[in-house]
Design a binder for this molecule. Sequence first.
Ligand SMILES: O=C(O)CCC(=O)C(=O)O
Ligand SMILES: [Fe+2]
Length: 449
Amino acid sequence: MAPPSADVDTAPVSQQLPSKLGVVSGTAETHVSTLTKPLVYSGSLDEYKSFDVTPVIGREYPEARLVDILKDDAKIKDLAIQVSQRGVVFFRNQGLSVDDQKTLGQKLGELSGKPETSKLHRHALSNSKRGIAVDENGRLDDEISVISSEQNRKYYKRFTNNSKRISSEGWHADITFEQVPSDYAILQIDTLPEDTAGGDTLWASGYEAYDRLSPAIQKLAESLTATHYQPNFVNISKEHSLELINEDRGSPENTGLDFKAVHPVIRTNPVTGWKSLFAAGGQVAAGYINDVTERESEILKSYFLELIASNHDLQVRFKWNKNDVAIWDNRSVFHTATNDYDGKRQGNRVVSIGEKPYYDPNSADAYITCTTSTMPYLAHISLVVRDYDEAIAFYSRLGFTVVEDTFIPEQQKRWVIIQPPLPPPQPIRTLPVPATETPNETVQKVPTS
Ligand SMILES: O=C(O)CCC(=O)C(=O)O
Ligand SMILES: [Fe+2]
């Protein structure tokens, strides 16, 4: 691994102002989202029963059928928005066919603005060459990565029985070593270990992890990029004499056997417009934060991993039944498998390629967007009047009282505040107000000009 260096003269991402979502000024407009603003959910999925699995992350549709949603592009688009907002969405007992799973994977991205050149990912290692059938007819398909306990135990040390040292090492987002990585992933588990619990999957919110950074560290992180690196595939291919897919892995840019890519540490999700921590977990374990010292890189990586692994209140844990489906947004959540069972567990995963990751300084903090998208309370209303005294007389007849009437000499203006006769209306709010804040300024302002 090339060590990070404080001497490398690279302009921080935040200094390269985007002119359109994902377009950095002066660069070619390739592999960028076609969206010019975040998408708004239309409500088309409200006909299905659903619930938030935790306040921060995860929604479950316990009864909806994905084959029905697939018939309606408006619903697929709304599903993409739900997945991007909630991070991961669960559907029970689907039995989705391979073709339907692939169509859904491609359409989720297409209908939410992914570039035309982005298709479904072909995994360099977990592809048809490993000879695992994706259906009961023995079909082999490069656009499905089979998630197989047997394959994991064969190739990855982390999945061997004696490897449960620090399981938080498993947190990752999929295929971020690609130049153009994933937007959405769909996993359907069809085989579970018999007569035993185990094999749950956990997801953690990158939006919330970003939000837990102090403003000063947020600013620092927003100015940084990271090198994502996955050396395992080449090592495994040498050790087991395996051929890897080395070209066009779902985007013309996803080529070669480097498995190394530079992406912003904080990433904007074009569908929500929210900022998310992106450089954390397995994808940067062998990589590094750029433009800082090696030690600083290690400290930052370890703190970012701690944020997602140690905060159980930004995680959701899913217990699979046969043919359950999870759909997640690889731009804004991390996930990890749980290696706590001995039997066979298997499923099909479709990974869609999205846009080239970017950071837009004008994008929003998910917490602020979610908590202020409705007005917390109303303090003042300005009224335009012809004459102050005439207006005061009029509103006095209606029972208003004057609470302030001052002349501001610097502005040569009169400042008049009147209050309605009734007890102050209850503030309209969606959040508890800190104890120091008094929410009863329900006065009316008469304009000062
Ligand atoms: O096996 C699991 O639970 C998740 C595996 C995984 O990382 C994936 O499907 O991307
Ligand atoms: Fe994964």
